[in-house]
Write a protein of this length. Sequence first.
Length: 238
Amino acid sequence: MSTIPPYSPEDPFNYWNFRYDSGHTEWNLNHVHPVLERFFNKLNPDGKPKKVLVTMCGMSEDMNWLADKGMEVVGVEIALQALTKFVSQSGQDWTETAAPKLGPDAKMFTRKDGRIKLYWGDALKFSEDLEGKFDAIYDCDGLHVLDSSKTPEFAKMIKSVLNPGGIMLLEAIAYDKNILEDKNFQPPLPVPPPYSVAVEDVKRLFEPECSVEVIDKHTNNLLYGHESNFYSYIIVKK
């Protein structure tokens, strides 16, 4: 069994490519995420088709689900392996073009019907110059893969591409960080990521430019048998 290298905030590309290449993608579901299915009406309250940005999209089935709902999906991801797997497994035709605004080797994959575009590169450099602004953004388990030194940049990017009145549906994990110092905590895979993102952290990142509402909390033992809380948020640009 291949050994997962330590995560480096300075070079996340190799880490996440390794995870996808080696199949260590335990978070990846083969169906729509329950959070998106449950709260889609809050992300898209008027029920009209619109363009939605899916941040840290990976190879999530959520993108197909959103496209089937009539949404125009734009995904952005730092792991090229995730996008190439998503494209190859889709059974559809795609075009590949350069996306230099996200880095010298960055790429964009566009599904033939135009319903899904996928950007690979430095996701934190995603900007209005690429796709304009959005009325809807969806981030599920993306924010908490970032080190705290990177989360302000992530939030700044989100706020820069979200229209006034635009809505973000966010899910992030929070847990007791002291567990990371416990010598008895020996998870089979390196932690972090995920990093713990408390409610106060989310408010600090997005307020006052946005309103932040916690719409759900569920507790489980997904952190390798230790208690963790998953919070769902609706974030609205003022």
